[in-house]
Ligand binder design. Structure first.
Ligand code: FSO
Ligand code: SF4
Length: 550
């Protein structure tokens, strides 16, 4: 195996023996093969999409994005499920190919292996899967750009899938995914052709996040300022993690009279901010912290746990919650149960709910509350107050600290950085990075909390909308003239699409940490540094001096 797609990759070089995330070599190879099969599907679905064939339907679109989502860090560790998806993809490819042939449509890759490869036995699958991964590309700059593009697509696919689950789709996103997937196998494309594609990926990343924002807010209303309980109640609980709001909505509805409470974990915390979700009194609170603390926190939760997406941490042998974890969508883990999907596409949470009733209430690990819900609409409602505070000098700077949390010690930097910030700064955040400072009580500035949480990582879109609004209010010609510092933490591929989206929107001088991606070759990193001012982080002390000229 060779995988370097996330921030925790071994020695910031690459996982080769086994994944730091727990991914085994066979799983890694099967995931590489799944992406390859997706390219075979894309080769034919692209031609048929352009020909406006009725064969391009939700099944094809969902396959294109879900197969990418499965390969996101920490999403799916289940070889059987991945192999099943490979088989489904091969069937789909063949049926689309037959239709192309019937219509006399030619495709660019029809003589390429991705249009033809098939297997006769398990050994074929394993042998071939080892040849289609990251190292298939010899030139390190081309490899770097192909992978950067692939990771951007993975993130985009995840957001597109959540929107899809709420009935919102955009054909141009699928068309771009097809084009970009095929570009990563196209030997005629060099550095000069791949760089614009990477930037175009950022453009479609903005579209995907806007689509999801629209899907979430039209289904559940606009996020509003909300205090979220971090303690526990006396009834048994169900803990739900991940990003899919359509899933938590269904769980809330199905469990409302069951005598159990629903708790969010990690990235599901922002569910509390939406009117159509917070209206359920049994949406009790948020239990625990960011994804990487789950091995300890699930032990004390006592009730069943549902993963609607990544990030899964493989449990220790003999973990008390073994047998109590369920997955849905692209998430999967060997022997964990999948939430059944009914014929009409809705989910059946009855087994989870029945299991919860037999469990003890969660054990309290924290007490108090946290505040959030500062997505674009809510911030616009406070706009006068915010603008006044900037004009009066009460707020000197905004610091975008969105992104991800992770388990490495070096991430203590972000908590220390938040604490060391001057008191006239406001942190804008989204994603699970916030768990490093959202319980610190950093105070407020004239009633405006110093940590404004917009929501999930995809709600970084909200932060961009807020920045564009401030640019307009202050009548500036460049988003980079705003008093905003970007100090973003990244972990997996959704953070990659967020970064590419910010670059597309013209944001410069983003600090990215705790380390720069291992998949950026020195030359590709140089392009990002020279054109966008991307930089890493230093010590809290040095960075304070750098940002605030103290
Ligand atoms: Fe991932 Fe980052 Fe959204 Fe976290 S991009 S790691 S769980 O912020 O949240 O999925
Ligand atoms: Fe390693 Fe990250 Fe890949 Fe897991 S996802 S194998 S930790 S680089």
């Amino acid at each position: 195996m060779f995988c370097y797609q996330c921030q925790e990759t071994f020695k910031n070089e690459g996982c080769q023996i086994s994944g730091v995330c727990g991914k085994k070599p066979t799983t890694a190879s099967l995931q590489d093969l799944l992406i390859y099969i997706d390219k075979g599907v894309a080769n034919y679905s692209q031609a048929l999409r352009q020909a406006k064939s009725p064969l391009i339907d939700n099944t094809v679109n969902k396959y294109l994005i879900n197969s990418l989502f499965i390969t996101i860090t920490n999403a799916n560790f289940d070889d059987q499920e991945i192999f099943h998806e490979i088989q489904r993809g091969l069937q789909l490819r063949e049926s689309l190919k037959a239709e192309c042939e019937r219509l006399g449509l030619h495709t660019k890759f029809e003589n390429h292996n991705l249009a033809k490869w098939y297997f006769t036995n398990e050994r074929d699958v394993l042998n071939f899967s080892k040849t289609v991964g990251v190292l298939r590309t010899a030139n390190e700059d081309i490899r770097s750009l192909r992978e950067l593009l692939t990771y951007g697509l993975k993130g985009m696919a995840a957001y597109t899938e959540h929107a899809f689950n709420l009935g919102k789709t955009d054909d141009s996103l699928f068309a771009f995914i097809e084009k970009a997937l095929l570009a990563t196998e196209d030997d005629s494309l060099g550095v000069n052709e791949l760089i614009p594609l990477v930037l175009e990926c950022g453009q479609f990343g903005v579209s995907a996040m806007a689509l999801l924002d629209n899907a979430n807010t039209s289904a559940f209303g606009n996020p509003e300022i909300t205090k979220v309980n971090i303690g526990v109640g006396t009834r048994p609980g169900i803990l739900i993690s991940g990003h899919d709001l359509n899933d938590i909505k269904q769980l809330l509805e199905q469990s409302k009279d069951a005598g159990v409470d629903i708790y969010t974990h990690s990235e599901m915390l922002p569910a509390h901010y939406y009117p159509e979700l917070k209206k359920y009194p049994h949406l009790f609170g948020n239990y625990g912290n960011a994804w990487w603390k789950q091995k300890e926190e699930f032990e004390t939760f006592n009730g069943p746990i549902v993963f609607t997406t990544n990030c899964i941490v493989p449990p220790k042998k003999g973990a008390s919650y073994e047998g109590k974890v369920f997955t849905t969508n692209a998430a999967g883990f060997p022997d964990w149960k999948k939430i059944p999907v009914r014929e009409d596409g809705t989910k059946d949470f009855s087994e989870v709910i029945e299991m919860a009733k037999t469990c003890q209430a969660p054990k309290e690990i924290e007490h108090g509350e946290i505040i959030g819900g500062f997505a674009h609409n809510q911030v616009f409602a406070l706009a006068n107050k915010v603008v006044e505070a900037v004009k009066s000098g009460a707020i000197k700077k905004f610091v975008v600290m969105g992104g991800c949390d992770g388990r490495h010690k070096e991430r203590d930097y972000y908590g220390d950085f938040a604490q060391a910030l001057p008191k006239d700064t406001v942190i804008l955040t989204a994603g699970c990075a916030k768990y490093r400072y959202n319980k610190m009580n950093l105070g407020d500035i004239g009633g405006i909390p110093r940590v404004l949480d917009a929501g999930q990582c995809n709600d970084s879109y909200s932060l961009a909308v807020i920045a564009l609004k401030l640019k307009e209010v202050f009548d500036l010609d460049d988003i980079n003239k705003l008093p905003i510092i970007y100090n973003i933490a990244w972990y997996e591929q959704k953070a990659v699409i967020v970064l590419l989206a910010l670059l597309y929107l013209g944001v410069k001088n983003i600090h990215l940490g705790p380390t720069l991606p291992a998949f950026l070759s020195p030359n590709v990193a140089k392009v990002l540094v020279e054109n966008f001012g991307i930089a890493g982080i230093g010590t809290v002390e040095d960075d304070m001096k750098k940002f605030f000229e103290m």
